[in-house]
Ligand binder design. Sequence first.
Ligand code: PMP
Length: 378
Amino acid sequence: MELTLNEAVTKVELSGIRQFTYMVRDTPGACALTIGEPDLNTPDAVKEAAKAALDANETHYPPGNGYPYMLEAVSKFEAEAHGLHYAPNEIIMTVGATEALFASFSTILNPGDEVIIPTPAFGLYEAIVQLRQAVPVHLPTQHNRYQIVPEELKAAITPRTKAIILTSPNNPTGCMYTRETLDAVHEILKDKPIFVLCDDVYRTLVYTGGYHSFAEYQDMRDRIIVIQSFSKPYAMTGWRLGYCMADAPIMDRIQVFHQYAVTSIPAFVQKACVTALNTDTSDVVEIFRGRRDYVYRRLVDMGLDVQEPEGAFYMFINIQKYGMDSQTFCEKMLREGLVGVIPGIHFGTEGYMRLSYCYSDEDLKEGLDRIEKFIKTL
Ligand code: PMP
């Protein structure tokens, strides 16, 4: 008897980031600069709100898309903080940005559709696209300071192109798209039946002015889906909470996928989410800005080629001069230098490594000292 599984699921590998992270964890004495989540804890007020909701027995099935007060709070927050206007019926609370992405891609993709993924990129996109039996089309950006080259985007578009994903600030580079880039992308896409997924989960962790999301191009509202998360700005990765926003007709369909996949997010976390939205995150931004400045300076002083990131909490470091592929380099550095970072290949870009600065000042100093010592041996 031969058992067959879904072809797409059989082909997709488990996350390369996670696999490498486990390797670092299992290396005795290794200093990890791998993880993509704040080392801070969820604010107390947010935790208290969840505890109070539990005590008030908010433990029953909530409405599928989120309680009306929750959707109102997101709608108000987005309008006030980001100038984006989505009505409560255009918002769904999701199990992290991960489910928001899965539900959105599942709603728009048919097998064989192409999705343009500017690289380097968070590996989740490629996996979801493949699980939907659609086709990821990489659009490299490392030769242009991580900005999309308009001519190259035009060349990547075919009659099968269904969507493009824009991540700003980006994981793994921390860089954000300039207004100029977004204008050029808008000019190319404005008359095309192509969806734009805006993965803006790092937009509150920005250290310079001039941030713009593609979601601002509301003339394309019928094709834009905005992805958000509570994970990063509020140190709530383990809560698994996010949301997506889109024009009502699309949201009407995304909710079908969401309903049958997860029913809803938990009931008792929703007051906590509202509390989070009302939390001032400027101190968190300051902490990460300080770390960014320190890590960037150290890497430059070591003679490493890295572009100064404007947001998020990663540095994407060029290691081409060492003549090794990124997996070999990172494994060697882990073994011999006892410091772990993620190989760039797991973000679709060879010749680079991603360092996370979601660590204490002491850990960052130790990790950077070890990198410095290791590269001197090469
Ligand atoms: N998008 C990007 C760019 C990310 O880096 C991550 C998490 N690393 C996610 C989405 C998923 O976030 P969540 O924890 O909300 O599922």
